[in-house]
Design a protein around this ligand. Structure first.
Ligand SMILES: *Cc1c(COP(=O)(O)O)cnc(C)c1O
Length: 456
């Protein structure tokens, strides 16, 4: 039972708060859970009930909640300076962060531009790419005014980023407001049109993307892509070879490749950045989410020296990138991001996560792979996605109005697991520091929740 006080807070919330990505009417039957504190992989409500945060609070919580080192870094920075204008001023946390990032990213990405959320980083990269071509001495390049992106892509919510996205649920209604982005087919490995497996795939499906380059290659400024993982679309995982072919096509046609590593960066996919697995170098990489360990909103656009140089000139030539956000380069967020990188390095976080990853996948498969509504359990790093289907053989989805994923979400919550599915795709994307026994516990609750919502 909830105490009177907790009920009161929940009701007070609903009087004024409009929550993200929610039909607020759903809150009538499932009121907001009033959180009080968090530690490691757990969130605690005002009753002290624990919820295992197996989705890293929307994929940002990288090393666990209330991490001693990160919290200390934040408090230390707070004692020095909370925020200051970043034009003409700088500070050690930003400088050291960029120096450290430069050692981790492909060596040609040497310049870092700060924004305050992921969508804003995407917008900045889009504007930079456009401006790069718009002020090119080459007349042909000045015709590059379009963007290309994959079906099912997700790049954020602001109008430019939403234009690049291809998840209709989020963008269809806003079409009249959006940029006209050339949308190419995306890999669909679960329902591969070439009947390949992940082991035998040579990205045959890229052949249907190529014609788009033939048609739009000369007028496109950049291709946006989420490397290896279309996360918001349902943790759709595709092989590195598709990314290699995409990089090649972009290079052939003089198109910038913008890698959106907002969800995939900082070890989520088993390497520090997903692009490394394809051994490709994009022209831009956008970073956020795990960047600050999930403590503070911050994002970074990493760009090549070549792009930076194209903006570098006397003031009167009007070539500068006149784009700013009030909280650009916030020192507290920079101090956190720097401590995230140091912690990952000194505590060998990625090696530990990679040691757990195969066992973790096996635990989930042992518990769930044989269930008649589990179509596939796919894995990349510690990210595991369970795609539920009505019919395992034909891979027929459940009718969306059944909201099977949402029913399972509610069951799991009752049992103390925060498992926020994407439609009927359940997924684990926990802090990289999760232990095997915590993973086992989450698996057990997930299994119970699935069983309680499906017929046997
Ligand atoms: C979350 C996300 C974004 C948007 O970041 P926000 O900080 O929520 O604006 C963009 N791209 C990808 C791949 C994401 O996962």
């Amino acid at each position: 039972m909830k105490s009177e006080e907790a009920i009161d807070w929940g009701q007070r919330d609903l009087r004024h708060v409009w929550h993200p990505c929610s039909q607020m009417k759903d809150y009538e039957s499932l009121p907001p859970i009033v959180l009080e504190r968090a530690k490691g992989v757990y969130l605690y409500d005002m009753e002290g009930k624990a919820y295992m945060d197996i989705i890293s609070s929307w994929w940002c919580n990288l090393l666990g909640h209330n991490h001693p080192r990160l919290s200390h870094a934040l408090v230390t920075q707070l004692g020095r300076m909370e925020h200051a204008i970043f034009a003409n001023f700088t500070h050690r946390p930003a400088i050291e962060l960029c120096e450290h990032l430069a050692t981790l990213l492909p060596s040609s990405l040497t310049k870092f531009f700060f924004t305050d959320n992921g969508s804003a980083a995407i917008e900045a990269a889009m504007k930079m790419s456009f401006q790069f071509h718009a002020q090119s001495p080459n007349e042909q390049d000045r015709k590059r005014v379009k963007f290309m992106a994959l079906e099912n892509a997700y790049h954020g919510e602001t109008l430019g980023a939403l234009s690049a996205g291809g998840v209709d649920l989020y963008s269809a209604l806003y079409k009249p407001l959006l940029l006209d982005v050339v949308r190419t087919p995306a890999p669909d490995c679960f329902r591969c049109p070439h009947s390949k497996t992940r082991a035998t795939c040579q990205a045959e499906c890229f052949s249907v993307v190529e014609p788009f380059f033939a048609t739009h290659g000369a007028t496109t400024t950049a291709f946006l892509v989420e490397p290896l993982l279309q996360a918001a679309a349902g943790m759709r995982i595709y092989p590195p070879i598709f990314l290699q072919k995409l990089r090649h096509a972009c290079t052939q046609h003089g198109i910038h490749l913008i890698a959106d590593e907002i969800a995939t960066g900082f070890g989520r996919t088993g390497t520090m950045f997903a692009c490394q697995q394809a051994a490709i170098t994009p022209d831009f990489i956008c970073l956020s989410k795990g960047l600050t360990g999930g403590y503070m909103p911050m994002a970074i656009v990493a760009a090549t020296q070549e792009i930076y140089d194209a903006f570098y000139d006397d003031y009167g030539t009007h070539k500068a990138f006149l784009h700013s956000h009030t909280y650009s380069g916030n020192p507290m967020a920079c101090a956190l991001a720097l401590e995230v990188l140091r912690t990952m390095q000194q505590e060998e976080i990625l090696a530990q996560a990679n040691a757990l990853a195969p066992r973790a996948h096996q635990i989930l498969c042992d518990a769930l792979a044989d269930h008649h509504n589990v179509g596939e359990i796919r894995q990349l790093g510690l990210i595991n996605a369970i795609e539920l289907v009505a019919d395992k053989k034909t891979k027929t989805p459940f009718p969306s109005e059944l909201r099977v994923g949402y029913q399972i979400y509610k069951q799991a919550l009752q049992r103390g697991l925060l498992l926020r599915p994407l439609g009927d795709v359940l997924y684990f994307n926990p802090p990289l520091t999760i232990t095997e026994s915590e993973w086992q516990h989450a698996t057990k609750i997930c299994q119970q929740a699935i069983v309680s919502c499906t017929t046997s």
